[in-house]
Design a protein. Structure first.
Lengths: 196, 219
């Protein structure tokens, strides 16, 4: 429910470990709202979201030890360098990351050599990569990714695909809102199409 | 965890030092305008000093409060802070603590210096320093509620002043009252105790209210 408008109703989903949900639908159909409801930033008008059988409202901040949400905005600080951004966002989520681990993750995500550059000198796609590097280090089971493939080049999209596959193989769940088709060789793929 | 939030905000402030300096300059200039405008009437200057310095401190903190959450809101990091596995009020306390260190401590340190222009005695300058040291956390704490409520609103800067300045009144009365008591030669301690009590009450309630306001602003 956004304003007076009902975006979707009667949505009932049970996700087992290793499930990949591809969330599609035209602009304004509620993909972002659904993801924000799933991560608890938005309260659903009716119904509830449960994690391991418990309502996420009652789990409160404990829920966030299991969830990583990457939104439209990369959440990267202009004043900090790529490696500082990565380390701080992980430490705040309770994951200790040494400087070396941070460098290695950035190397893998394709930002080798730009680790110490303030993020304001990075391009849109490179900032996106800094945000995605978090996925390499976090140990959460549920990934909620909102249009993370925008402004990424082919190589990076391929990298995201392999990251999600690894995550599914570890028994994780990923819900990804995207317009691009992702063909995964691991896990169970479900498609959820929202209509306006 | 708290340590990381404070460290992060301090580092961000250090990378944007000009913001911090502009607050301090604003405070110094506003306080200095009064002796220049009124002229060398020491009796008058001495009696307006407590109010002038305190009001200038309130206005200076208004300048920096707008940035408390707004920058994080714009680049999406605030969203991420809400999704960290720790109570939101701890995040708010961390950010408020960093704001106090960056925006208020410089004012506290420089206040005795600018106070000299008002012909205050050494003892009164000391009371001024202590009253600001005890009182400025109130400004950061209550201000965080206003900053959270006006997040993402157009013209939030004016709105935050209208919302928050009235709530600063108790701090202004007891803070300026302590300095005034010292000028006329009675004990300043009762005022300072009340100011301290008000600071503790705001520490209890403000982070709570601010985190509730943040959740609403980010819906």
């Amino acid at each position: 429910m956004r304003g007076d408008r009902r975006l979707f109703s009667g949505l009932d989903l049970l996700l087992a470990p290793g499930t990949f949900v591809q969330l599609t639908g035209p602009n304004g159909s509620g993909k972002t709202s659904l993801l924000r409801i799933l991560c608890g930033l938005l309260a659903p008008a009716e119904g509830e979201v449960r994690w391991d059988g418990a309502n996420i409202r009652s789990l409160a901040e404990d829920y966030y030890t299991s969830v990583t949400y990457l939104g439209h905005r990369p959440g990267v600080k202009d004043e900090l360098s790529a490696v500082e951004n990565l380390r701080i966002s992980n430490e705040l989520n309770g994951v200790e990351v040494s400087h070396e681990d941070g460098l290695a993750a950035l190397q893998r995500i394709g930002l080798g050599g730009r680790e110490s550059l303030p993020a304001r000198f990075l391009s849109e796609g490179q900032r996106r990569r800094v945000a995605l590097a978090r996925l390499l280090l976090c140990k959460t089971r549920l990934w909620l990714l909102d249009e993370v493939m925008t402004s990424l080049d082919k190589g990076a999209v391929e990298l995201v695909r392999s990251l999600i596959e690894e995550h599914l193989n570890r028994g994780g769940i990923a819900i990804v809102a995207t317009h691009q088709e992702l063909e995964l060789s691991a896990g169970v793929t479900k498609r959820l199409e929202l209509t306006t | 965890m708290l340590r990381w939030i404070v460290w992060r905000d301090l580092m961000l402030a250090w990378r944007r030092r000009s913001d911090m300096l502009s607050t301090v300059f604003f405070f110094v200039i506003v306080v200095s305008l009064f002796p220049l405008g009124i002229g060398p009437e020491t009796q008058l200057l001495r009696s307006i000093a407590p109010g002038v310095v305190w009001v200038a401190a309130l206005l200076a903190s208004m300048l920096s409060l707008g940035r408390l959450f707004a920058n994080d809101y714009q680049d999406g990091t605030l969203e991420q802070l809400l999704l960290t596995p720790q109570p939101l009020y701890l995040v708010v306390i961390g950010k408020v603590l960093a704001h106090w260190i960056v925006a208020e401590i410089p004012l506290v340190l420089i206040a005795p210096l600018v106070g000299v222009q008002f012909d205050l005695s050494r003892e009164t300058l000391w009371v001024l320093f202590v009253s600001l040291l005890v009182g400025t956390p109130i400004l950061s704490l209550i201000g965080s509620v206003g900053a959270a409520l006006t997040l993402g609103l157009r013209g939030g800067g004016v709105l935050i002043s209208i919302l928050i300045l009235p709530l600063y009144i108790p701090a202004l009365i007891f803070g300026a009252g302590a300095v005034e008591a010292s000028i006329i030669g009675v004990a300043a301690a009762p005022h300072l105790y009340l100011l301290g009590a008000f600071a503790v009450v705001s520490l209890l309630f403000a982070p709570w209210a601010a985190s509730a306001a943040l959740r609403i602003s980010l819906e």
